[in-house]
Each structure stands twice: as C-alpha cells, then as structure tokens.
Design a protein around this ligand. Structure first.
Ligand code: HEC
Length: 106
C-alpha cells in the first residue's frame, strides 16, 4: 500500500499538468481497463499502434496522448500468437475428436 502510494505520488509530481499522463500505463490499465480486460495481453492483436490508439480514443475517450501510451503498452506486452507461423489450412480442433461409429453389422 505504502509502496503504491509513493509511486503514485512520484508520478503525480513528475507531471502535474496532466493527470492521465502522470500515471504509468500499467496503472492506467489497472485502473481503467482491468475491470473488463483481465490482462493487457492479447488486446493489441498485432494491430498497428495508430489503429490501436484510434480505437482506444474512440471507445474509451482518453486523451490522444493516453491512447498512444496505452497502445504502445498493449503492443509491448502483446505476445505473438502462439501459432502465428502455423499453416493457414490447419483447422483448430475445438471439440474432442469423436471416434467414428462402427458401421458394420447392418
Ligand atoms: C466496461 C468494460 C470495458 C472497459 C472498462 C474497457 N474495455 Fe476494452 N473492450 C471491452 C469490450 C466488451 C470489448 C469488445 C467489443 C469491441 O471490440 O468493441 C473491448 C475491446 C477492446 C479492444 C479490442 C480488442 C479486440 O479484440 O479487438 C482493446 C484493444 C481494448 N478493449 C482495450 C481497452 C483498454 C486499453 C481499456 C482501458 C482504457 C479498456 N479496453 C477498457 C470492454 C471494456
């Protein structure tokens, strides 16, 4: 608690003119986004940061600076999709494979 308070205080002092910009993007995410998005990972989805910051500005009414910072943050934590290099034809099998019914003895 004390640690968090101190960090917030430092951030506030560091840039007092813009409250949003004073927060670290991690904190911004924790405060404003984590309610609905449990993890910042997987949100950027390999988008361009420009597209992403537009999206954030549009949907979440943040300042463009905040949106840019958030976009950069999302990109930095975004892990590349696990099967990015997989063959495009390969279908992910969601349901458990079902053994074919025995078709004999009609
Ligand atoms: C009230 C719940 C809520 C909050 C708070 C919220 N989001 Fe979202 N977000 C959603 C929902 C629901 C979607 C999916 C619908 C959509 O794409 O418009 C979404 C979609 C997104 C997407 C696109 C992901 C995709 O799959 O295309 C990004 C990026 C994103 N949010 C980032 C953020 C960031 C950054 C914040 C904090 C500034 C935030 N969200 C706060 C509910 C929320």
């Amino acid at each position: 608690m004390i640690l968090v308070g101190a960090a917030a205080l430092t951030a506030t002092i560091a840039s007092a003119q813009n409250l949003d910009a004073g927060k670290s993007t991690e904190k911004l995410f924790a405060d404003g986004c984590a309610t609905c998005h449990r993890s910042p990972r997987g949100l950027a989805k390999g988008r361009f940061s420009l597209t992403l910051s537009w999206f954030l500005k549009d949907h979440y009414a943040t300042s463009s600076d905040t949106a840019k910072a958030l976009a950069a943050y999302l990109e930095s934590v975004d892990a590349p999709p696990p099967r990015a290099a997989a063959k495009p034809g390969a279908k992910p099998s969601r349901s458990a494979p079902r053994p074919p019914k025995p078709a004999q003895g009609n």
